[in-house]
Design a binder for this molecule. Structure first.
Ligand code: LMR
Length: 397
């Protein structure tokens, strides 16, 4: 049966983690996957998460099936976080939110739903984009193409190129947009640029799918959420995928959500009924634990305030690491990398070639993706000099 099955290449991001774990070099540093580590190089357990879990242990519950679309109180909390508690869309019953298996699970639910609704549509992703966007939408049956995004010359976003590509897209085209902390480049659109994107979406009758995996890592929860609210003001129907992997440091719990904005409450009810079939035929209903943690934190003013503070600390430490990396590179003899501090979120697009990234890995055990992306959220005082020297070494020859 499987004799003709070909060996697939390792995953461009998670495959690096497997390789990293097997690496015996004591100086190894994993800047591949987008995972935040604290100043001691440890994956943090947020205090708000620990407190929520303690409450849950104190009042143990049996583990019944959840509703197909997840924990209702979680879905409501997420909706209010993403769209704002006072959103007229919520008041009008136009938004459905379903718990999903992380941000990736949310994207796949959305992709499967859209494939059913718009089987002929093409998908446009940014050039470059998170590797899994291409794979996920292709697997869902779509033809995936790219819109211009990163401009290597100016070290920023090619906004005019992006807008031109969106304006050239056929009506109904699904446009995947990084709501904040663009992965992999770290360059986001300015608010005025977002308005131009929204103009193109509205004028061209495009379907926007906002991937919000890093809310709170650019400027703050509210500030980063402004993009969704800008769409809510002007776009009739769109989708948002939410991830709490990074913002709650709940990677392994697979906790996220898909929100779909519909024309009215009746349409929303019909869309939810179809989304439930997508969920039921994939994994029946989502797991309980991660969503219960997030729901407990978001629903409790004290824990929520603690979360906002802890998220702010992660964001600030990443910013410090950006500055430290620029300084470390200068100390190692590499000038002109100030743009690293212009980037936001967990990643820096280092400008290194595939060959240089591979040498970094094989000769120095410093792991980043082949595209030149490094996770600055995994840098710390203990590894930054070594990383800087290793980058300098591969840049020299
Ligand atoms: C990343 O881009 O490294 C993260 O989003 C983790 C993943 O699933 O790829």
């Amino acid at each position: 049966l499987f004799s003709g099955v070909e060996q697939a290449p390792p995953d461009a991001i998670l495959g690096l983690t497997e390789q990293f774990k097997a690496d015996t070099n004591p100086r190894k540093v994993n800047l591949g996957v987008g995972v935040y580590q604290d100043a001691n190089g440890k994956l943090p357990l947020l205090r708000c998460v620990e407190a929520a879990e303690q409450r849950m242990v104190a009042t143990p519950t049996a583990k019944g099936y959840q509703a197909i679309d997840g924990l209702p109180t979680y879905d409501t909390e997420v909706k209010e976080l993403v769209f704002g508690a006072g959103s007229p869309l919520l008041a009008a019953g136009r938004v459905i939110t379903a718990q999903a298996l992380g941000g990736t699970g949310a994207l796949k639910l959305g992709a499967d739903l859209l494939r059913q609704v718009s089987p002929e549509a093409k998908v446009l992703i940014s050039n470059p984009s998170w590797e899994n966007h291409q794979a996920l939408f292709t697997r869902a049956g779509f033809t995936v193409e790219k819109y211009r995004y990163y401009d290597a010359q100016t070290k920023g976003v090619d906004v005019d190129g992006m807008i031109a590509d969106l304006r050239a897209a056929a009506p109904g085209t699904i446009v995947v947009l990084h709501a904040c902390c663009h992965n992999p480049t770290g360059y986001d659109l300015a608010p005025a640029d977002w308005q131009r994107v929204i103009d193109a979406v509205v004028d061209g009758h495009l379907t926007a799918f906002l991937d919000m995996a890093y809310q709170g890592f650019a400027q703050g929860i509210e500030e980063d959420g402004a993009v969704v609210r800008a769409f809510a003001e002007r776009v009739g129907s769109f989708l948002v995928s939410t991830s709490f992997s990074k913002s709650f440091s709940l990677y392994g719990e697979r906790v996220g959500a898909l929100s779909v904005v519909c024309a009215d409450a009746a349409e929303a009810a019909r869309v939810l009924s179809q989304l439930k079939i997508v969920i039921r035929t994939n994994y029946s209903n989502p797991p309980t634990h991660g969503a219960a943690i997030v729901e407990t934190v978001l629903g409790d003013p004290e824990l929520r305030a603690q979360w906002v503070e802890e998220l702010g600390q992660m964001r600030d430490r990443i910013k410090q690491m950006r500055t430290a990396l620029v300084e470390g590179l200068v100390a190692a003899g590499v000038q002109g990398r100030e743009y690293i501090t212009d980037q936001v979120g967990m990643f820096s697009f280092s400008g290194l070639t595939k060959e240089q990234m591979q040498r970094l890995r094989s000769e120095y055990a410093v792991y980043g993706t082949d595209t030149g992306r490094i996770c600055v959220a995994a840098l710390n005082e203990g590894n930054i000099a070594y990383v800087s020297e290793s980058i300098a070494a591969v840049l020299k020859d």
